[in-house]
Design a binder for this molecule. Structure first.
Ligand code: ZN
Length: 268
């Protein structure tokens, strides 16, 4: 493989102009093609691979994203640390639109998505008590604070199946559990990264309050897109700053997620 990258970014199509010396790489994986061609380039001295999560033309809704192919493609390029910017709804009145949440916990409320690479040839049970990379989280929080974002260090992301938004009752239930933000793409992305021993960090941009918060009217797709569009340049700067600050050599435990485990196949 000629094109190699250390860091992966999975995000919206607004991130294309993130990379210098960008080249497109068409990849196939045992799980089919990723969401789109992968763009490999540089940010400063770091080599970065970018995948538009929903495809360049936004053809994949959250429940149809080829999550396994995306993470596999990144790993096969040499990526070991992944940054995952996304749009989320807030479950807390005090966390408003424009805040960046770097969650440290996750609740899976998806259904019917394939959430493992290890479905043949014997069980592989990865530890997922702490679903996010501690080093990546620290870097993301510092980058958001230095960019003067309203930054929330920690919190629980609940991932719903979608593509519909929550009902008021669901949203109030999520809030009652003390969860912080709600999204549709953070799972199985996070667990698939762990299953490939990758570092994975979510940078969640709050675009709205979910249906149950402050008796809000509930969110519309147009509102989310419009808000994300207005913040895309700032988000790009934030992700670039985080990329620059990621450690050159990993000292976290993410890379040891599969130590001592007999794998049914070799990782790329
Ligand atoms: Zn890590």
């Amino acid at each position: 493989m000629v094109n190699r990258a250390d860091i992966g970014v999975i995000g919206g199509s607004g991130f294309y102009s993130l990379l210098d010396d960008a080249e497109e790489v068409e990849l196939s994986t045992p799980y089919g093609p990723p969401s789109d061609v992968v763009t490999v380039g540089r940010i400063g001295s770091r080599s970065v691979a970018f995948i538009p999560r929903h495809g360049r033309d936004h053809r994949f809704p959250p429940h149809r994203i080829p999550y396994r192919a995306n993470l596999w493609a990144l790993r096969s390029l040499g990526v070991r640390q992944v940054l995952a910017p996304s749009a989320v709804g807030s479950l807390r009145a005090e966390v408003g639109p424009g805040a960046i949440v770097v969650p440290d916990q996750l609740v899976d409320r998806t259904s019917g998505r394939v959430q493992t690479y290890y479905d043949l040839g014997g069980a592989v049970h990865v530890s997922f008590a702490d679903p996010y990379c501690p080093s990546g989280r620290a870097v993301a929080v510092a980058a958001a604070r230095s960019g003067e974002w309203d930054t929330v260090d920690g919190g629980t992301l609940v991932v719903i199946e979608g593509p519909r938004f929550s009902t008021r009752a669901e949203s109030q239930w999520f809030q009652g559990n003390g969860w912080t933000i709600v999204g549709m793409t953070g799972f199985p992305e996070a667990v698939l990264a762990r299953e490939l021993a990758l570092c994975y960090t979510s940078l969640s941009l709050v675009t709205d309050h979910d249906a149950g918060v402050e008796a809000g009217q509930g969110v519309t797709h147009e509102e989310v897109l419009e808000f994300f569009g207005r913040n895309v340049t700032r988000m790009r700067t934030l992700v670039a700053e985080a990329v620059r600050a990621l450690p050159e050599h990993r000292t976290c435990a993410c890379g040891s997620a599969l130590d001592g485990v007999k794998l049914p196949f070799e990782l790329p």
